[in-house]
Design a protein around this ligand. Structure first.
Ligand code: NAD
Length: 476
C-alpha cells in the first residue's frame, strides 16, 4: 500500500520533526529549466541542532540489537518499495534520468537495504587459552554524515543511511544542492521507522558541506563526489581526525580484445557508455578496441548508439535524458570545443545545441590522441573516445596511466587471457565481459585518486565501525 507523503512541500528532518528555515532555495528540472519546489537553506544553527539530536540518539540507538535495527530497516525498505513510483517520478524531475532508470534506482535502494541489514557483524576470537581470551569486536563510531552527489541521490543516500544505522550510528544526510528532493522525502519517510535523531536530513547550499566536515560533533564522513571536493573533505576532516570514506571520480577504461563476438558485445558496451547520460562514476569512459576489429566495431557502435532516443525522462523510450545541471552542461560544452581545437574526428554527434533543457546527443570520437582532454579527463557527459590498440602490454599501460582507478574491464572469449589482463589493471573494480556491475554484498571503492576505503559488502559496513580488541584475563 502506498505510503502517505506530500511530494509538494519539503522540510529538513531534525529529531524526527519537519523543520523549516527562514530562507529557502530551489533547484531546477534539467529537462525544462523550470524551477522545482522550494527547499530549506540550512544554517550553522540547523546543523548544530541536528548534531545535538544525533548525539543524543546515538546513546540509545548504539545499544539496540541488530535484530531491532534490521526490523526498522526492513520496514523502511517496504515503505520505499510501496511508494517507489512517486519517488521515481520525483527523481526524474530533479535528476533528469529517464523514468525507467529512476525506477531501477528505487528498486535497488529497497533491495539493498534488505541485503545489507542481513549481514552478521563479526565478533572474532583471536586467541583463547586457559588464562585469557582475546576478542576483536566492532562498535559503532557515533554520528555519521552522508554527503551525497547529484547523479544517484537515492541509492547513494540509502546505501550510506543503511550502513550507518545498521552498524549502530546515527546519520545526517546532506544531499547535493542540485538534487535535494528525494533525499528529504526519503528521510521524512524514515522518521516512521527510527527513533528521533537517528536519521536526519539537511538541505542547503555550497556552504553546508564544509560546515559538516568542520563540525566537531560529527565522527565519520562518508563522501561521494568529485576528486577535487574529496581532497577538500579530507583536509577538513583531518582537523578532528574524523573517519572518512571517499568514493570519487573515475575515468574507466574498457579493453576490447580481437576475439569478441562483436554483435553481442556492442549493445552492452553502448549502454554501459551512455547510461544516465554518462554521468556515472563507473561508466566506460575510454574504450580501447583491438586494431584488427576496430573499423567494424566502431561502425557498429555508431549504428547502435545513434538509435538512442534523447529527450525528457518522462517521455516513452527515452534512453538519454539531459545532463543534470548548468555547471555540468557548461563543462561539457567546454570539452566539446576541443573537438575543433584538437582537430578530433567525431563519428557521431559532436556539437551541443541550445534547447529548453540540458540535452547533449551521444558523441563518439574516433581514435583521438592519448593525451587529448577527451581521453585524459572524466567527461561526465555523453562523449566517448574510442581508441585503437595492438599490443597487450601497451594497452594495459595506457589503461593504467591516469591518476584515477575506479573501474576497468576486459572483454574477450578467452577467459585466461582476460584474467591475465584483469590481474594487471589498477582499479577498485575489474570486470570481465561486463562493466558497472555492483551488488550490496560486494565491496566497492577506488584505487589511486578515485577514493579511500570502500562502501558496501561487509568491508564497507565495517567502515562505519571502530575495531575494538578486548583482552579478557581470567585470573585477576
Ligand atoms: P561534488 O564533489 O561537486 O559534490 C558532491 C557532494 O559534496 C555534494 O553534496 C556537494 O554539495 C558536497 N560538497 C561540495 N563541496 C563540499 C565541501 N567543500 N565539503 C563538503 N561537501 C562538499 O560532486 P558531484 O558533482 O555532485 O558528483 C559528480 C562526481 O562524483 C563525479 O566526479 C563522479 O565520478 C563522482 N561520483 C563518484 C562515485 C563513486 O562511488 N566513486 C559515485 C557517484 C559520483
Amino acid at each position: 500500500m502506498a505510503v502517505n507523503l506530500d511530494f509538494t512541500i519539503y522540510h529538513n528532518i531534525i529529531n524526527n520533526e519537519l523543520s523549516s528555515t527562514s530562507s529557502t532555495r530551489h533547484s531546477i528540472n534539467p529537462a525544462t529549466q523550470k524551477p522545482n519546489p522550494e527547499v530549506p537553506l540550512s544554517t550553522q544553527h540547523d546543523l548544530d541542532r541536528a548534531v545535538k539530536a544525533a548525539r543524543d540518539a546515538f546513546d540509545h540507538w548504539s545499544k539496540t540489537s541488530f535484530a531491532e535495527r534490521r526490523a526498522a530497516l526492513n520496514g523502511y525498505a517496504d515503505a520505499i518499495e510501496a511508494s517507489a513510483d512517486n519517488f521515481a517520478k520525483l527523481l526524474t524531475m530533479e535528476q533528469g534520468k529517464p523514468l525507467a532508470q529512476s525506477a531501477t534506482e528505487l528498486g535497488m535502494a529497497s533491495s539493498w537495504i534488505r541485503v545489507i541489514s542481513g549481514f552478521e557483524i563479526p565478533r572474532n576470537i583471536i586467541d583463547e587459552t586457559e588464562n585469557r581470551t582475546i576478542i576483536q569486536r566492532y562498535t559503532p563510531i557515533g554520528v555519521a554524515a552522508a554527503i551525497v552527489p547529484w547523479n544517484f541521490p537515492v541509492l547513494l543516500a540509502i546505501g550510506k543511511i543503511t550502513q550507518a544505522v545498521y552498524a549502530g550510528n546515527s546519520v545526517i544526510v546532506k544531499p547535493s544542492p542540485f538534487t535535494p528532493y528525494c533525499d528529504l522525502k526519503l528521510v521524512e519517510l524514515a522518521t516512521r521507522f527510527f527513533p528521533p535523531g537517528v536519521v536526519q536530513c539537511l538541505s542547503g547550499d555550497d556552504s553546508l558541506g564544509p560546515m559538516i566536515t568542520e563540525h566537531p560533533g560529527i565522527d565519520k564522513v562518508s563522501f561521494t563526489g568529485s576528486i577535487l571536493t574529496g581532497k577538500r573533505v579530507m583536509t577538513s576532516c583531518a582537523k578532528t581526525l574524523k573517519r572518512v570514506t571517499l568514493e570519487l571520480g573515475g575515468n574507466d577504461p574498457a579493453i576490447i580484445c580481437d576475439d569478441v563476438d562483436i554483435d553481442a558485445v556492442i549493445p552492452k558496451v553502448g549502454i554501459l557508455s551512455y547510461l544516465c547520460s554518462a554521468q556515472i562514476c563507473m561508466m566506460i569512459k575510454r574504450l580501447y578496441v583491438h586494431e584488427s576489429i576496430y573499423d567494424t566495431f566502431l561502425q557498429k557502435l555508431v549504428d547502435f548508439v545513434k538509435t538512442f532516443k534523447v529527450g525528457e525522462g518522462t517521455e516513452a523510450d527515452v534512453f538519454v535524458g539531459p545532463v543534470q545541471n548548468k555547471m555540468q552542461f557548461e563543462k561539457a560544452k567546454d570539452l566539446f570545443q576541443t573537438i575543433t581545437t584538437d582537430k578530433l574526428k567525431a563519428v557521431l554527434g559532436g556539437d551541443i545545441q541550445d534547447s529548453a533543457g540540458y540535452f547533449i546527443h551521444p558523441t563518439i570520437i574516433d581514435n583521438p590522441p592519448e593525451d587529448s582532454r577527451v581521453v585524459q579527463e572524466e567527461p561526465f557527459a555523453p562523449i566517448l573516445p574510442v581508441l585503437k590498440w595492438s599490443d597487450e602490454k601497451d594497452v594495459i599501460e595506457r589503461a593504467n596511466a591516469l591518476d584515477t582507478g575506479l573501474g576497468s574491464s576486459v572483454w574477450s572469449k578467452d577467459l585466461d587471457r582476460a584474467q591475465r589482463i584483469a590481474d594487471q589493471l589498477q582499479s577498485g573494480s575489474v570486470w570481465v565481459n561486463s562493466h558497472f556491475e555492483v551488488a550490496p554484498n560486494a565491496p566497492f571503492g577506488g584505487h589511486k585518486q578515485s577514493g579511500m576505503g570502500v562502501e558496501w559488502g561487509l568491508t564497507g559496513l565495517l567502515a562505519y565501525c571502530n575495531s575494538q580488541t578486548q583482552w579478557l584475563n581470567k585470573s585477576p
